[in-house]
Design a protein around this ligand. Structure first.
Ligand SMILES: [Zn+2]
Length: 246
Protein backbone atom coordinates (compact mmCIF):
# COMPACT_ATOMS: atom_id res chain seq x y z
CA UNK A 1 0.00 0.00 0.00
CA UNK A 2 1.37 3.37 -0.97
CA UNK A 3 0.04 5.13 2.16
CA UNK A 4 1.89 2.75 4.49
CA UNK A 5 4.58 4.41 6.62
CA UNK A 6 8.10 3.25 5.75
CA UNK A 7 9.56 0.84 8.33
CA UNK A 8 11.61 2.29 11.20
CA UNK A 9 15.39 2.48 10.87
CA UNK A 10 17.66 0.39 13.09
CA UNK A 11 20.28 2.38 15.00
CA UNK A 12 23.83 2.09 13.61
CA UNK A 13 26.55 0.34 15.60
CA UNK A 14 28.78 2.93 17.27
CA UNK A 15 31.19 0.48 18.88
CA UNK A 16 34.20 1.34 16.68
CA UNK A 17 37.10 3.79 16.66
CA UNK A 18 38.21 4.40 13.06
CA UNK A 19 36.30 4.95 9.83
CA UNK A 20 37.46 5.69 6.31
CA UNK A 21 35.11 7.55 3.95
CA UNK A 22 35.69 6.92 0.23
CA UNK A 23 33.56 9.06 -2.09
CA UNK A 24 33.67 10.32 -5.66
CA UNK A 25 33.52 14.09 -5.12
CA UNK A 26 34.05 16.93 -2.71
CA UNK A 27 30.53 17.60 -1.28
CA UNK A 28 29.39 13.94 -1.43
CA UNK A 29 29.82 13.47 2.32
CA UNK A 30 28.19 16.81 3.04
CA UNK A 31 24.86 15.96 1.37
CA UNK A 32 23.63 14.02 4.38
CA UNK A 33 26.49 12.16 6.07
CA UNK A 34 28.63 14.98 7.51
CA UNK A 35 26.38 15.54 10.53
CA UNK A 36 26.90 11.87 11.42
CA UNK A 37 30.66 12.32 11.05
CA UNK A 38 30.49 15.33 13.39
CA UNK A 39 28.73 13.15 15.98
CA UNK A 40 31.34 10.41 15.70
CA UNK A 41 34.38 12.67 15.88
CA UNK A 42 32.82 14.35 18.95
CA UNK A 43 32.74 10.87 20.52
CA UNK A 44 36.50 10.65 19.96
CA UNK A 45 36.36 8.46 16.86
CA UNK A 46 38.74 9.06 13.96
CA UNK A 47 37.32 9.58 10.45
CA UNK A 48 39.50 10.07 7.36
CA UNK A 49 38.20 11.24 3.97
CA UNK A 50 39.41 9.99 0.58
CA UNK A 51 38.11 11.82 -2.49
CA UNK A 52 38.46 9.82 -5.70
CA UNK A 53 38.22 13.01 -7.81
CA UNK A 54 38.68 16.65 -6.92
CA UNK A 55 35.25 17.61 -8.28
CA UNK A 56 37.00 19.75 -10.87
CA UNK A 57 34.20 19.33 -13.43
CA UNK A 58 31.53 20.46 -10.97
CA UNK A 59 31.28 24.18 -11.72
CA UNK A 60 30.06 25.06 -15.20
CA UNK A 61 31.58 28.56 -15.22
CA UNK A 62 35.03 27.44 -14.06
CA UNK A 63 37.67 25.60 -16.07
CA UNK A 64 38.70 22.34 -14.33
CA UNK A 65 42.31 23.49 -13.99
CA UNK A 66 41.17 26.54 -12.08
CA UNK A 67 38.40 24.67 -10.26
CA UNK A 68 40.48 21.82 -8.81
CA UNK A 69 42.37 23.80 -6.12
CA UNK A 70 39.21 25.71 -5.19
CA UNK A 71 37.24 22.54 -4.59
CA UNK A 72 40.08 20.79 -2.77
CA UNK A 73 40.43 23.76 -0.42
CA UNK A 74 36.66 23.86 0.17
CA UNK A 75 36.62 20.13 0.98
CA UNK A 76 39.50 20.44 3.44
CA UNK A 77 37.77 23.35 5.21
CA UNK A 78 34.44 21.52 5.15
CA UNK A 79 35.95 18.38 6.67
CA UNK A 80 37.62 20.37 9.46
CA UNK A 81 34.18 21.66 10.53
CA UNK A 82 33.10 18.09 11.38
CA UNK A 83 36.35 17.05 13.06
CA UNK A 84 38.11 15.45 10.07
CA UNK A 85 41.73 16.56 9.69
CA UNK A 86 42.87 14.19 6.94
CA UNK A 87 41.51 14.55 3.39
CA UNK A 88 43.24 12.72 0.56
CA UNK A 89 42.64 13.13 -3.19
CA UNK A 90 43.25 10.23 -5.57
CA UNK A 91 43.19 12.42 -8.68
CA UNK A 92 40.77 10.48 -10.88
CA UNK A 93 38.99 12.54 -13.56
CA UNK A 94 35.72 14.04 -12.33
CA UNK A 95 32.72 12.86 -14.34
CA UNK A 96 34.45 9.96 -16.07
CA UNK A 97 35.49 7.66 -13.22
CA UNK A 98 35.54 4.06 -14.40
CA UNK A 99 35.02 1.02 -12.22
CA UNK A 100 38.18 -1.03 -12.66
CA UNK A 101 41.28 -2.59 -11.17
CA UNK A 102 43.30 0.65 -10.85
CA UNK A 103 40.50 2.22 -8.80
CA UNK A 104 40.12 -0.90 -6.64
CA UNK A 105 43.87 -1.01 -6.05
CA UNK A 106 44.04 2.67 -5.04
CA UNK A 107 41.12 2.33 -2.63
CA UNK A 108 42.56 -0.93 -1.24
CA UNK A 109 45.84 0.91 -0.61
CA UNK A 110 43.96 3.59 1.38
CA UNK A 111 42.15 0.90 3.41
CA UNK A 112 45.46 -0.82 4.24
CA UNK A 113 47.09 2.47 5.21
CA UNK A 114 44.29 3.72 7.47
CA UNK A 115 43.12 0.33 8.83
CA UNK A 116 39.47 1.32 9.50
CA UNK A 117 36.78 -0.79 11.16
CA UNK A 118 34.02 0.94 9.20
CA UNK A 119 34.19 2.17 5.58
CA UNK A 120 31.76 4.86 4.51
CA UNK A 121 30.75 5.55 0.94
CA UNK A 122 27.74 6.97 -0.86
CA UNK A 123 24.84 5.35 -2.67
CA UNK A 124 26.13 2.89 -5.30
CA UNK A 125 22.65 1.79 -6.43
CA UNK A 126 21.30 2.71 -9.88
CA UNK A 127 18.84 5.27 -8.50
CA UNK A 128 18.10 7.27 -5.35
CA UNK A 129 14.79 5.42 -5.14
CA UNK A 130 12.12 5.96 -7.73
CA UNK A 131 13.40 6.73 -11.20
CA UNK A 132 15.91 9.55 -10.58
CA UNK A 133 19.20 8.04 -11.81
CA UNK A 134 22.33 8.03 -9.68
CA UNK A 135 25.46 9.66 -11.08
CA UNK A 136 27.98 7.38 -12.82
CA UNK A 137 30.96 8.33 -10.62
CA UNK A 138 29.00 7.49 -7.45
CA UNK A 139 28.11 4.04 -8.76
CA UNK A 140 31.67 3.30 -9.91
CA UNK A 141 33.25 4.49 -6.66
CA UNK A 142 30.72 2.78 -4.39
CA UNK A 143 31.04 -0.56 -6.16
CA UNK A 144 34.83 -0.33 -6.30
CA UNK A 145 34.88 0.50 -2.59
CA UNK A 146 32.88 -2.62 -1.70
CA UNK A 147 35.33 -4.74 -3.70
CA UNK A 148 38.46 -2.89 -2.53
CA UNK A 149 37.62 -3.59 1.10
CA UNK A 150 37.91 -7.31 0.30
CA UNK A 151 41.03 -6.72 -1.80
CA UNK A 152 42.62 -4.93 1.16
CA UNK A 153 42.38 -8.13 3.19
CA UNK A 154 43.86 -10.47 0.59
CA UNK A 155 47.65 -10.52 0.41
CA UNK A 156 47.58 -12.15 -3.05
CA UNK A 157 45.41 -9.47 -4.67
CA UNK A 158 47.36 -6.37 -5.79
CA UNK A 159 50.64 -7.89 -4.58
CA UNK A 160 52.44 -4.62 -5.36
CA UNK A 161 50.75 -3.14 -2.28
CA UNK A 162 52.69 -5.50 -0.03
CA UNK A 163 55.89 -4.57 -1.89
CA UNK A 164 55.06 -0.94 -1.09
CA UNK A 165 54.86 -1.88 2.58
CA UNK A 166 51.07 -2.05 2.97
CA UNK A 167 50.22 -5.26 4.80
CA UNK A 168 46.72 -6.78 4.35
CA UNK A 169 43.97 -5.34 6.57
CA UNK A 170 41.02 -7.56 7.43
CA UNK A 171 39.53 -5.34 10.08
CA UNK A 172 36.68 -3.72 8.14
CA UNK A 173 33.43 -5.04 9.62
CA UNK A 174 30.91 -3.19 7.49
CA UNK A 175 30.59 -0.73 4.61
CA UNK A 176 27.96 1.96 5.11
CA UNK A 177 26.48 3.65 2.03
CA UNK A 178 24.94 7.05 2.71
CA UNK A 179 21.88 8.17 0.79
CA UNK A 180 21.00 4.68 -0.40
CA UNK A 181 17.40 3.82 -1.30
CA UNK A 182 18.10 0.48 0.46
CA UNK A 183 18.99 2.18 3.77
CA UNK A 184 17.83 0.26 6.81
CA UNK A 185 19.89 1.98 9.50
CA UNK A 186 20.37 5.53 10.76
CA UNK A 187 22.09 7.57 13.44
CA UNK A 188 20.70 10.48 15.47
CA UNK A 189 22.22 13.74 14.19
CA UNK A 190 19.99 16.17 16.10
CA UNK A 191 22.92 17.52 18.14
CA UNK A 192 25.25 17.90 15.17
CA UNK A 193 22.78 19.01 12.50
CA UNK A 194 24.18 22.56 12.48
CA UNK A 195 27.73 21.30 11.96
CA UNK A 196 26.50 19.29 8.99
CA UNK A 197 24.91 22.39 7.45
CA UNK A 198 28.08 24.41 8.04
CA UNK A 199 30.17 21.72 6.37
CA UNK A 200 27.96 21.81 3.27
CA UNK A 201 27.97 25.61 3.22
CA UNK A 202 31.78 25.50 3.18
CA UNK A 203 31.44 24.39 -0.46
CA UNK A 204 30.65 28.00 -1.33
CA UNK A 205 31.96 28.22 -4.88
CA UNK A 206 30.27 24.95 -5.73
CA UNK A 207 26.90 25.91 -4.24
CA UNK A 208 27.01 29.34 -5.93
CA UNK A 209 27.58 27.62 -9.25
CA UNK A 210 24.87 25.05 -8.64
CA UNK A 211 21.72 27.07 -7.95
CA UNK A 212 18.34 25.37 -7.37
CA UNK A 213 17.13 23.25 -4.44
CA UNK A 214 20.44 21.52 -3.79
CA UNK A 215 22.19 24.89 -3.35
CA UNK A 216 20.03 25.67 -0.30
CA UNK A 217 22.23 23.80 2.18
CA UNK A 218 20.09 24.27 5.28
CA UNK A 219 16.81 23.63 3.48
CA UNK A 220 18.01 20.51 1.70
CA UNK A 221 19.59 18.98 4.81
CA UNK A 222 16.57 19.90 6.93
CA UNK A 223 14.12 17.94 4.80
CA UNK A 224 16.57 15.09 4.24
CA UNK A 225 17.44 14.90 7.96
CA UNK A 226 13.82 15.10 9.14
CA UNK A 227 12.77 12.33 6.79
CA UNK A 228 15.44 9.99 8.23
CA UNK A 229 14.76 11.27 11.75
CA UNK A 230 11.07 10.36 11.54
CA UNK A 231 12.04 6.73 10.91
CA UNK A 232 14.45 6.66 13.87
CA UNK A 233 12.19 8.50 16.32
CA UNK A 234 14.43 11.57 16.60
CA UNK A 235 14.43 15.08 15.13
CA UNK A 236 17.26 14.63 12.62
CA UNK A 237 19.12 11.54 11.43
CA UNK A 238 21.46 10.34 8.68
CA UNK A 239 20.55 7.04 7.03
CA UNK A 240 22.86 4.36 5.64
CA UNK A 241 22.68 1.03 3.86
CA UNK A 242 24.74 -1.39 5.93
CA UNK A 243 26.74 -3.93 3.92
CA UNK A 244 28.12 -6.57 6.32
CA UNK A 245 31.49 -8.07 5.37
CA UNK A 246 31.86 -10.68 8.06
ZN1 LIG B 1 28.97 13.49 -6.12
Amino acid sequence: MSDQAPPPFEPLDEDWQTALAVVAHPDDMEYGAAAAVARWTAQGKRVVYVMVTSGEAGIDSMDPQECRPVREAEQIASAALVGVDTVEFLGYPDGTVEYGLPLRRDIARAVRRHRPEIVLTTNYRDTYGGSYPNQADHIAVGRATLDAVRDAGNRWVFRELVDEGHQPWNGVRQVWAAGSPEAGHAVDTTETFAAGVASLEAHRAYLDGLGGDMADAAGFLDSFGRMAGSRLGVRYASSFEVVPLR
